[in-house]
Ligand binder design. Structure first.
Ligand SMILES: *[C@@H]1O[C@H](CO)[C@@H](O)[C@H](O)[C@H]1NC(C)=O
Ligand SMILES: *[C@@H]1O[C@H](CO)[C@@H](O)[C@H](O)[C@H]1NC(C)=O
Length: 294
């Protein structure tokens, strides 16, 4: 196509440079740079120049991804939009986990449901390979209608699970009473979408309706204010990291946080291992006597 006006070459170069710079900052921390699709044979996809990631599940396979980095403490936010419609039988897991055989793990799991019936947000904390610390919640919104932010704040004092900045669960460091706390093993971010219709929905009563497949969950706007672990060293021990950036490393739950956790627990909590004395006839786990776990 002929053009009546051709800008000088240096101007084209300048515009191209400017565009490249703005793209770089807009897409910093994108899914191409931060994550690898690990399984699912094409069912996991990075889209929109790395701004969006989708996982899907059909009769033959689910899919999953993991972070390239490992972290030892961090404040990690991700926005998820869960499988809409009839998602019964599906589970979207989003968690941090180490590789050791006595592993540490911090879990968000979203258990799907029939259209209009509520998802369950299932949480758990494993230390040295031992979990059994489930807490489950309904959400105060439809998690399939839009993206919402699910955050894990993990520092040496506690692990805080939050949804759209509302804290829903705190797992305190209770090493002083003999409960191991995840602090020695770097964790990688993992997520997967799979079929769990033997237990996920109403305890396995409702099966996956494969005529609705493929099921798709979406991810965007990942951010990690975190200590990256690499070759046995943490990025946070370098002197270049200012203490201002690391406010989250010493952050504790303030009184507003306590109030909001109480609100969630009173209105939306549906299971708490800390009150399940039938399950622990020998006595509740020791961390349950600390005020905010129960
Ligand atoms: C699904 O809906 C049923 C009926 O409202 C509810 O009992 C259940 O907790 C919901 N969630 C799951 C994952 O089963
Ligand atoms: C993306 O996340 C950041 C912080 O994690 C937040 O400030 C921003 O509003 C989010 N963007 C969107 C589109 O939600």
């Amino acid at each position: 196509m002929a053009s009546s006006y051709s800008p000088p070459n240096d101007r084209i170069l300048w515009v191209a440079l400017l565009l490249a710079t703005s793209l770089m900052s807009a897409y910093a921390g994108n899914f191409y740079d931060e994550f690898d699709i690990t399984w699912g044979d094409g069912r996991g996809k990075v889209l929109n120049n790395g701004e969006l990631l989708t996982l899907s599940l059909d009769q033959y396979s689910g899919s999953g991804f993991q972070s390239k980095n490992e972290y030892l403490f961090g404040k990690i936010d991700m926005q998820l939009k869960l499988v809409p419609g009839n998602s019964a039988g599906t589970v979207t897991a989003y968690y941090l986990r180490s590789q050791e055989s006595a592993w540490d793990e911090i879990d968000f799991e979203f258990l799907g449901n029939l259209s209009g019936d509520p998802y369950i947000l299932h949480t758990n904390v494993f230390t040295q390979g031992k979990g059994n610390r489930e807490q489950q919640f309904y959400l105060w919104f439809d998690p399939t209608a839009d993206f919402h932010t699910y955050s894990i704040l993990w520092n040496p004092r506690h692990i805080l699970f939050s949804v759209d900045t509302t804290p829903i669960r705190e797992f305190k460091n209770s090493e002083s009473i003999g409960v191991p706390f995840p602090k020695n093993q770097p964790l990688r971010i993992h997520s997967s979408l799979w079929n769990a219709d033997d237990w996920a929905t109403r305890g396995g009563l409702v099966k996956t309706d494969w005529s609705q497949a493929p099921f798709t969950a979406s991810y965007r706007n990942f951010s990690a204010n975190a200590c990256v672990w690499s070759s046995g060293k943490s990025s946070c021990s370098s002197n270049s990291t200012s203490t201002a950036d690391n406010g989250w490393l010493t952050q504790e739950l303030d009184s507003t946080g306590h109030e909001r956790i109480k609100w969630v627990q009173q209105n939306y909590m549906i299971y708490n291992y800390c009150t399940d004395s039938k399950r622990f006839p020998q006595g509740l786990p020791p961390e349950c006597s600390s005020s905010t776990s129960s």
